[in-house]
Design a protein around this ligand. Structure first.
Ligand code: SF4
Length: 588
């Protein structure tokens, strides 16, 4: 049996990213009426009938576009059976387009970019002309938690099937490249043997659940969410009830006071609070997201007892499934529904239609007092130590991961964690082994005492593998880090500078969270002094998440006309940093 044929999804978007748009900001979106209402009020123009948004509960389930049709004709989760039975045996050319560009994502698979295609041609070419017959594969690590057997398996898969590639993504997945469809049955078999999966690693589904990398071990942890995350994954990942959401759905749960899971920009986020009467629990935030139109998650003002988290997660995921906008893909994230409803209406519908009971009001969480990246050597609550170490912009290899697994075993540890900042933590290191572990990690490319920029720079996949990319990212960012950590060492020391965050994207999407960085670089073609188009970046300045320095999150602003050539990032950021140090106010 072959797959049902449907039109290929529009855009065939390999990163699930939204096209460039002039969508309103969070605050604008919250206050502006929907477009149809605005048109109706315009004097002199006849009111246009409102077009359905494709909300299942309001408009019915008739698909309004090719993506929705594809998902309804055949649950994308079903494609795995076809991969194992047909495509892995008959090869790349046997895969129909609607599976290749549509349903494969539900199992963490995207075709990667053919090497050598210039970024200037990205927008001109069809997907088929850009894509290679190799795949990028994401493996979930919910909560960022891995044990030694899992790390060893990932390392071996990388070496056996993926040309030794392995990136730690900013959603603490492991991402491989150069995967052939013929290898997938073996890869899945090996992953399953150690309890890992690629189920719903991409697609319009609940993606990997971000969890605090120091869950269960940090001295200052307020509540350990490990069991809650495990329960949601066990019960609902791969559940057909949630395998057709309007778009991707991102969850972040932490019990650590540093907000170490970027809760501001997830669809469903929990951060820890202590209720004066009800004790320890969570504050619930909903509707955050970046891409080309950034929105901050909004507090619903409720207190969640830990035992209620799975059912409230189900309720909110169901609201997104039932009320989320499906007509236009670039308005299908939960953030747009939240922008139109507001937190009060959202909470009312959650309670009235989905939970059947009221949630108590809850206190706002306290501002963090420490860094969320967990880099460095830190004592655990049991007297052992965890070591947070930085590769360059998440890039590592199967060989290096195997080395970390060996190291962990040699110090008696069975716990490794990945972070949403593209970093790695080794847990449970006995005090006497810390120095050796720090040294071995360094040899493996993970630095526990990194310079400011190695610590705080992230980069997306970029033109090396991503079909949407215009500009290279990881190599440019790595060169910039190496320049900056040397060139600014004196300034950093003299002025006790905290790390400035530098996030680098290869296109207008926001896989590396450019809007939330002090310095965000968005890949595009720019004009050089000779009037030629060259790869470069549009500069965004002044973004940041809630931290020990910032009471509120805010998005960076595009500085019109401020563009940097791709080979000049280091020099530009050096000048910017020096200028900032000279001109800042007091302790700014
Ligand atoms: Fe995402 Fe980067 Fe690819 Fe753009 S180039 S879609 S930001 S990974």
């Amino acid at each position: 049996m072959t797959a049902p044929q449907t039109p290929a999804p529009s855009g065939s978007d390999p990163k699930g990213s939204e096209p460039t748009s002039s969508s309103p900001t969070a605050s604008q979106a919250a206050t502006q009426p929907p477009a149809s209402a605005a048109a109706a009020k315009r004097p002199g123009r006849p009111a246009r009938a409102a077009r359905p948004n494709g909300q299942w509960k309001v408009d019915g389930k008739t698909p309004l576009n090719a993506n929705e049709e594809l998902k309804q004709i055949d649950d994308p989760l079903n494609v795995r059976e076809r991969i194992e039975r047909i495509y892995a045996k008959e090869g790349f050319d046997s895969i129909p387009k609607d599976d290749l560009h549509g349903r494969f994502r539900w199992w963490g698979l995207y075709t990667q970019r053919k090497p050598g295609i210039d970024g200037g041609r990205t927008a001109q070419l069809e997907t088929e002309e850009i894509e290679d017959s190799y795949f990028m594969l994401r493996v979930r690590s919910d909560g960022g938690a891995l044990n030694v057997a899992q790390l060893r398996t990932l390392a071996q898969i990388s070496q056996d099937f993926c040309r030794n590639t392995a990136d730690i993504t900013d959603r603490h997945n492991i991402q491989f490249h150069w995967v052939e469809v013929e290898s997938m049955p073996q890869i899945w078999e090996r992953l399953a043997a150690v309890g890992l999966q690629t189920t719903e690693a991409c697609g319009d589904v609940p993606r990997v659940i971000l969890g605090s990398p120091v869950a269960g071990i940090a001295k200052d942890e307020i509540i350990d969410p490990t069991d809650i995350i495990a329960e949601i994954v066990r019960r609902y990942i791969g559940d057909p009830s949630f395998s057709n959401l309007p778009r991707k759905y991102k969850t972040a749960i932490t019990g650590h006071p540093s907000f170490d899971v970027v809760p501001e920009i997830n669809d469903f986020s929990l951060v820890p609070v202590v209720h004066p009467e009800l004790g320890v629990g969570f504050d619930l935030w909903v509707g955050g997201g970046l891409s080309t139109s950034a929105h901050l998650a909004q507090r619903l003002g409720t207190f969640l007892e830990p035992r209620l988290v799975p059912e409230v997660w189900v309720a909110i995921t169901s609201i997104f499934r039932d009320y989320g906008y499906r007509r236009l893909r670039n308005r299908a994230r939960l953030k747009y529904l939240m922008a139109d409803w507001g937190p009060q209406k959202f909470r009312q519908i959650l309670q009235d239609e989905y939970l059947g009971y009221e949630l108590p009001d809850g206190p706002a969480p306290a501002q963090p007092t420490r860094s969320a990246d967990h880099v460095g050597v830190h004592e655990q609550k049991d007297g052992k130590f965890y070591i947070g170490a930085a590769p360059y912009v998440g890039r590592t290899s199967g060989t290096a991961l195997a080395g970390v697994a060996d190291l962990a075993e040699s110090v008696g540890s069975d716990r490794i964690r990945l972070t949403p900042y593209q970093k790695l933590l080794l847990l449970d290191v006995p005090p006497g082994d810390v120095d050796r572990a720090v040294g071995t990690l360094r040899e493996l490319g993970f630095e526990a005492e990194p310079g400011n920029f190695r610590r705080s720079t992230m980069a997306c996949t970029g033109i090396e593998y991503c079909k949407l990319a215009i500009v290279e990212t990881k190599a440019n960012a790595t060169r910039a880090i190496q320049h900056l950590d040397q060139a600014l060492a004196d300034v950093t020391q003299e002025h006790k500078l905290l790390p400035l965050t530098l996030n680098v994207n290869g296109c207008p999407n926001s896989c590396a969270r450019i809007q939330t960085a002090d310095i965000g670089l968005k890949g595009q073609l720019i004009m050089n002094d000779e009037g030629e188009q060259v790869p470069g970046y549009q500069v965004h300045l002044g973004g940041g998440l809630i931290s020990e320095q910032r009471a509120e999150a805010g998005f960076g602003r595009t500085v019109r006309g401020l563009k940097v050539p791709a080979d000049g990032v280091g020099e530009y950021v050096e000048k910017l940093t020096r200028s900032y140090v000279e001109n800042r106010d007091g302790n700014e």
